[in-house]
Each structure stands twice: as structure tokens, then as C-alpha cells.
Design a protein around this ligand. Sequence first.
Ligand code: MG
Ligand code: MG
Length: 251
Amino acid sequence: MSVVSLKTERELTYMRKAGSAVARILGEMADLIQPGLATIELDKLAEARCRELGVVPAFKGYHGFPACVCVSVNEEVVHGIPSAKRTLKKGDIVGLDFGVSYEGWYGDSARTIPVGAVAKETQQLLDATSEGLKRAIEQCHEGNRIFDIGHAVQNYVEPLGYSVVREFVGHGIGRSLHEEPQIPNYGPKGKGMALKAGMVLAIEPMVNAGSHEVRVLADGWTAVTADRSLSAHFEHTVAITSKGPEILTLV
Ligand code: MG
Ligand code: MG
């Protein structure tokens, strides 16, 4: 049986703190991105800033993941491992996926950032994925249903010629990084569990320029597009309230 926990207003105050630390550190990592940067530097910054802000990096050691932040470049979809050997180049896109806990409460967010000037088609993929997330969040009202969220993403990005990754989905979040329910980024409008105030959801569309299929590389972590087309990923942690959606992963 799947149990979806509803958060109290007091619990949300902790989740706002976790979320705002996530947003702040993600912004600092984004500011560091430039051609020539080794991706390990993003992880070093994230780890140091977690310590300074009194939050715990959520990904390091999670199922054995070796770093604080997932750094996924170009055709990498998610779960890329930062490395001293991987250097960013002008025209790349870099997905940063980052989470922390504060007093045992989690926040999770992602964004994909261009390295210098990128091709127009590349920027369009980023813009479409970010807009897909925005439209998904707009569905986070009491009485709507889980699949309304993914439907909003799919219905926006597919007519633009992109595809939505199936293998990885959004999730509930709270005392654990991943809780029920799962939130696919596709699906039929009006179906699935009803949304209730107090639910907190990490909504995270992954959108590919080519086919939706993905493969996991030999490192056991890095997911890439099967056709090696570009992929973008944006995520926010969102509370459903009686007044509508509240994004927790903002500075
Ligand atoms: Mg994430
Ligand atoms: Mg997530």
C-alpha cells in the first residue's frame, strides 16, 4: 500500500529552509559555470556551502552515489558524476541536480544551464523544459490529479518535437528524499490520485531533443539518451496548499 504523507504547517517551515538552501547553493554553482571548469569544482562548492549553511547534502552516499551533486552534461540525462577529468566547453549544457536535508527534512531541485553561448536549438530545449515544469506546477491544486502534472509537461513539449523521459519520474518528498507518490512527466489528464493540501512533490521533467529512450553507462549511474541527443532537466520541490502551489526551492 502506498502511503502519502501530508505535511503540517510547522513541518513546511523546515522544508522551506531545506528548499531555500538548495536554491541558494544551486544558484552559486550556476554562477561558477564557465568554459574550462572541471565539473568536480561544482561538487566541492556544494559540499563546502552545505557545511557553512548547516545543511546535509542529500545525494552523497544515497544508494552509494559518490558526490553531493549530479552533474549531467549534454546527452547525459541525470545522475552524472562530477569529475576532475570532465571539463566544460562553450556550447555545452549542464544539468545540476541537488538536494539537502535540514533537521531531517529534504529539498530537491534541478536546473540545466548553458555554458557560454549555446546554439539556438539548444536554448529552445532548455526553455521548453523549464516552461514544461512551470506548467506542471500550475496543476498543483487540491482536487487535481497526479497525472494532470505530467500531462501538462507532455502536452507542452511533445508538439514542439521533443520527448519526455519515462524511466525517471518525480516523487513525493519530506522526511525522505523519495516518498510516494511517483510523478511521471507524462500521462492521461484527470487520472491518478487526487492532490491534497499538505502533499509535497518534487516535480522534475527530463526532456530529450530526440527519442525518449535512455541507457545507463558502465559507471552504473550516468543515464544518457539512447540516441545521444541533448537532454534537459528542471526540478522544483512544491507544496500543495489550500491557496495553490508553493515552490519551496526558491532563495
Ligand atoms: Mg533532484
Ligand atoms: Mg528529485
